[in-house]
Design a protein around this ligand. Structure first.
Ligand SMILES: [Zn+2]
Length: 406
């Protein structure tokens, strides 16, 4: 049986920058069949009337850690082990979908937890968004996320695996792809949350990243680089990376390189914001607060320069970092607007552009795309605030199926 559905939208935000009034959307099975007015359908077709609301694509978060909790010090929680971590991921995937997020890219989880969660969601065992999963990220010994930095041996809080030569990077990328990773994550610099690393200093070398990227490209997969300092950012771009994550210190040359090579920026402004908002008073490790403080101003300036230069920016929250909670994903849109985007630019970054970097046939309300959409009370193109309160998200549809109705 072919399930068809006619949605009446008072206001339609298409995900590419356009607003339309009083539009109908015809959904057939899991896809959008038509968008227009006075679409002719039989009496048996179910109708949903949202004449007083906004219909738009579901939000897409291009960088989060579905199994990380937002605890001030991630080390404490991860010591509870793998099964617990997987259960946490399941709870957080549900919360994410409930907040109107219909697709995410997991940027690192311990062992196979995010991969298994993706499978369980696909099999219909658990509610959650579409998941693009990067498995365990590659990093140098002593680099971002390496437990060797004074942590207990068994701890690997973001699921990083140390590699120390192009050959090791190549093997690690092949293994992650064999486990089922959809993309390969690598650390081009140190990081805010990793004890003992300096986020201005490079991590993997250009040659190491190139080897991993060749393996990903050979399997038609994209790559993402945790990259904060300028040298590491440029190494990753020269190696052929698909997206720069965080991008604290982007100089003019780096921005030009990104534009020329069609490299995305996924800024994750919420990660820095939440760490500084909470501070050491609420238990965030001192080294992390200090590194966030050092980077914040440069980060915001880099964001604005990249935006003005026309670099493609996709929304990513880094949810799972301290006080950066799953389900609060839309707060990132507010921060992007505060940092210089129009509300519509923030929406496009969170829908069609994020879909592009995730290689998903969604992110816009357009004929032929997957019917992943949300219904919102209010007008996010005027003020993205209305997306931040989940009570305003009246409906969440994933592949033509209503998952949440309020
Ligand atoms: Zn991250």
């Amino acid at each position: 049986m072919i399930v068809t559905l006619l949605i009446q939208a008072g206001r339609l935000i298409d995900g590419r920058g356009k607003i339309l009034r009083d539009v109908e959307i015809l959904v057939e099975e899991d896809r959008i069949k038509a968008v227009g007015s006075e679409i002719q359908v039989g009496d048996d077709v179910e109708r949903l009337d949202f004449s007083d609301q906004t219909v738009m694509p579901g939000l897409i978060d291009a960088h989060l850690h579905i199994t990380s909790t937002g605890d001030p010090d991630p080390l404490k929680r991860v010591q509870r082990g793998v099964p617990y971590t997987a259960l946490v991921g399941a709870a957080q995937a549900k919360r994410t979908l409930e907040a109107g997020v219909t697709a995410v890219r997991d940027a690192g989880a311990p062992f196979n937890t995010a991969l298994d969660l993706r499978r369980a969601i696909q099999e219909g065992l658990l509610p959650g968004p579409r998941m693009i999963v990067s498995g365990q990220g590659l990093s140098i010994t002593g680099g971002h996320g390496d437990p060797a930095n004074g942590w207990p041996r068994e701890v690997d809080f973001l699921g990083r695996r140390p590699v120390d030569s192009p050959d090791e990077a190549r093997r690690a990328a092949r293994q992650e792809l064999a486990y089922g990773a959809d993309c390969i994550k690598m650390s081009a610099t140190g990081g805010v949350m990793s004890m003992g690393t300096d986020h201005t200093v490079r991590g993997l070398t250009e040659e190491e990243m190139r080897a991993a990227i060749e393996e990903a490209e050979n399997r038609k997969k994209r790559t993402l680089a945790h990259a904060q300092g300028t040298e590491g950012i440029k190494n990753a771009i020269r190696a052929g990376i698909s997206s720069i994550e965080h991008g604290f210190w982007l100089d003019d040359e780096a921005i030009e390189m990104m534009r020329e090579n069609d490299v995305f920026l996924v800024p994750t402004l919420a990660a820095v914001y939440r760490i500084l908002e909470a501070g050491t008073d609420k238990g965030v490790p001192e080294h992390a607060v200090e590194k966030a403080r050092i980077g914040q101003q440069a980060h915001l300036e880099s964001f604005k320069k990249a935006l003005d230069a026309g670099v493609k920016i996709a929304m990513g929250t880094d949810a799972g970092t301290p006080f950066n909670l799953h389900g609060d994903n839309a707060f990132e849109l507010k921060l992007m607007v505060d940092a210089g985007m129009t509300p519509m630019q923030a929406i496009v970054a969170s829908t069609s552009l994020a879909a592009e970097i995730l290689d998903l046939e969604t992110g816009a309300i357009e004929e032929g795309l997957l019917a992943d959409l949300i219904v919102v009370d209010g007008d996010p193109s005027e003020d993205v605030d209305c997306l931040c309160n989940r009570d305003n998200i009246k409906l969440v549809m994933l592949g033509g199926e209503t998952k949440i109705r309020r």
